[in-house]
Design a protein. Sequence first.
Length: 65
Amino acid sequence: MWLVGLATSACGDSVVCIRWPSPIVATIAAFIVYALGYRLYDRHTAFWATIVYATLPAVSVFSMS
């Protein structure tokens, strides 16, 4: 809720302003998946873990909402 409150205070109550944090959060999560994969394994594993994460249906739906 605080993220929606931050978004509406930054640019208003329009649908675009309310939804803009979703793809940003999904992108940050993908970077975190990559960083964890790289730290725990190697670059190749991190790349494929990020691809798998980004193509999950739930991630696609929630980053668009």
